[in-house]
Design a protein around this ligand. Structure first.
Ligand code: SF4
Ligand code: SF4
Ligand code: SF4
Length: 246
């Protein structure tokens, strides 16, 4: 049986998700052995100008050039997978959408800002059809592998729409709130197996918000810490600018 051709592409991002995959080391070879990798700028110099079966997209769409490029990629691939929060919910890049574009351009480029066109940040699915989503900043590699297996089997993958707390409890972690530390797990989509909490950190909401966050309960808990819920929701909303995920 012929292996599916797979190509990796990056748009506006820090390339941290690609690095996560590249850092899998030999493990990456096991998974990717099932594919024929034809293009991946971070790890190989070859380019592929024909059709591929799977395109893996990292980063957000932030200018007209990127819109044209992602549409071209979509036409050349059967399956398109968006990975990392930049690609799935806007993430760090999406925070730009909370401000006037010209103010942002001036802040970054100073007086030369007019030479640097930009558009509001879009997640990949806001420009082209996306078949698979892998959230996270960066992606959680075991979930990425699960999604690649789903691609190979031709079955869907649904991003969990329950809170990180569910996975955190299953992992028997002591809750950060019990230690007097705030944590965004109750509002954040699971799927990372409570990665950060397992390693002694808080959840900072990198996978984006669940679709129906329980603001009332979060408000009750945060009141004990004199933290207004609006502060947390504003932060989450800033980061989740493009979050409608199917
Ligand atoms: S999701 Fe995070 S780690 Fe991945 S490319 Fe974007 S900023 Fe970097
Ligand atoms: S540590 Fe965070 S993620 Fe875990 S149960 Fe507590 S609030 Fe939820
Ligand atoms: S625990 Fe929270 S911050 Fe850490 S990877 Fe999971 S969603 Fe992201």
């Amino acid at each position: 049986m012929k292996k599916p051709k797979i190509a990796f592409f990056d748009f506006a991002c820090c390339e941290g998700c690609q690095l996560q995959v590249a850092n899998m080391g030999e493990g990456v070879l096991d998974v990717l052995a099932a594919f024929d990798v034809v293009e991946w700028r971070e790890v190989m110099s070859e380019k592929w100008d024909k059709k591929y079966d799977v395109a893996i997209i990292e980063g957000s769409i932030t200018d007209n050039h990127a819109v044209k490029r992602i549409k071209k990629i979509r036409k050349k691939t059967d399956i398109l997978l968006a990975y990392g929060s930049c690609a799935t919910i806007g993430g760090v890049n999406g925070m730009k959408n909370n401000f006037e574009l010209d103010d942002i351009r001036k802040y970054v480029y100073g007086e030369s800002y007019k030479f640097f066109p930009t558009e509001i940040t879009k997640a990949v699915h806001q420009v082209v059809k996306v078949d698979y989503f892998v959230n996270g900043c960066p992606v959680y590699i075991p979930e990425f592998v699960t999604v690649l297996k789903a691609v190979l089997q031709g079955i869907p993958y649904y991003v969990p729409d329950y809170a990180v707390c569910v996975e955190c409890k299953l992992n028997e972690n002591v809750c950060m709130y019990a230690k007097g530390i705030t944590c965004l797990g109750p509002l954040t989509r699971a799927g990372c197996n409570s990665w950060c909490i397992n390693n002694g950190n808080i959840c900072y909401g990198c996978r984006g918000m669940v679709s129906n966050p329980n603001e009332k309960s979060a408000q009750d808990i945060l009141a004990k810490y004199n933290i207004p819920i609006e502060l947390i929701m504003n932060k989450m909303n800033m980061y989740n600018k493009c979050r409608e995920i199917v």
